[in-house]
Design a binder for this molecule. Sequence first.
Ligand SMILES: *Cc1c(COP(=O)(O)O)cnc(C)c1O
Length: 391
Amino acid sequence: MSFDLSSRLAERRAAHLYRQRPLLESPQGVRVTVDGQALLAFCSNDYLGLANHPEVIDAFTRGARQWGVGGGASHLVVGHSEPHHQLEEALAHFTGRPRALLMSSGYMANIGAVTALVGKGDTILQDRLNHASLLDAGLLSGARFSRYLHNDPVSLASRLEKAVGNTLVVTDGVFSMDGDLADLPSLCATARAKDAWVMVDDAHGFGCLGRNGGGIVEHFGLGMGDVPVLIGTLGKGFGTAGAFIAGSEELIETLIQFARPYIYTTSQPPAVACATLASLQLLRDEHWRRDHLQQLITQFRAGVAELGLELMDSPSPIQPILVGSSARALALSAALREQGILVTAIRPPTVPQGTARLRVTLCAAHSEDDVGQLIAALKHALTKLPEQTHD
Ligand SMILES: *Cc1c(COP(=O)(O)O)cnc(C)c1O
């Protein structure tokens, strides 16, 4: 027997679930060239418009001149350089925690933190809609793994009753495909009552939420007692690459000893850390980016509601339009693209069956005119589409 890859691929195509990678032929931004076409994009996670910011680019190039390109080795061998260390100190200060640990990606940060903290004989409880990297981390940990109903402290509490060993409760801060916020005040109180630890992956909250861009914990005014393990990623609002875990001295030392995706990988290029130091400053100090985003969110939600489309309960720059069938989501995305607008259709298994959507994301670099164009294009796309398109 050989692997029958062709029928697997054919099945995926027939189910409207086949994935293709748009080829980006310009820098990241709200105006991009994709597959030869100039498009206005509403699907990047570069929420603050920092990925191609001149000061960030400048810090990166100066960093490369001073530090070279490759990290050269893992952090524990000889790959932990001064820019990495400075960035960790700046991120600790930014999050108001004693220490932060720089990781090469958010996926690895999640696998590393979870597997270093729980194992056989322990319990991990996760929101049903958590990011794939958290679910993978839970499976890999070997701990008893159960998923509670989305954002539901009652469902969490009933699972906590049956928990054994050390118990870790894990949630996205801002849910990546829905844009809604974790109800952290309730979830943290519920976990605390059972001596469970809470870990929050705030990949989409940093930069967007909180007065200083400190994310969901700043938004709710929560500290390390509520959320002992705080994860941020640097490839989204920060506009660079990598991730961090912030917490107590003991937490970070534990991760340095036991987190395998930290130990067994090459450090990120130091120049990337130089770039992140510059973007952190912009993210924290340029409040206008968050204020402008809020205006765009309000404008977009009002416009889409008028079209009779179904929005999700989201106060964040992630503003998905719920479509339902994968075929219809693809058709809407294609109709927008014909009008020069790029919004990707998100389909199962990234989201639950029957909840395919256009995941619109807004960016501080968008103008009100841009959002107006998107709404007009949606209106036009709807007139061209049959009422129902079945999968
Ligand atoms: C994007 C994302 C990650 C992964 O981060 P990378 O740095 O891109 O690997 C982790 N968690 C959530 C919630 C994300 O949206």
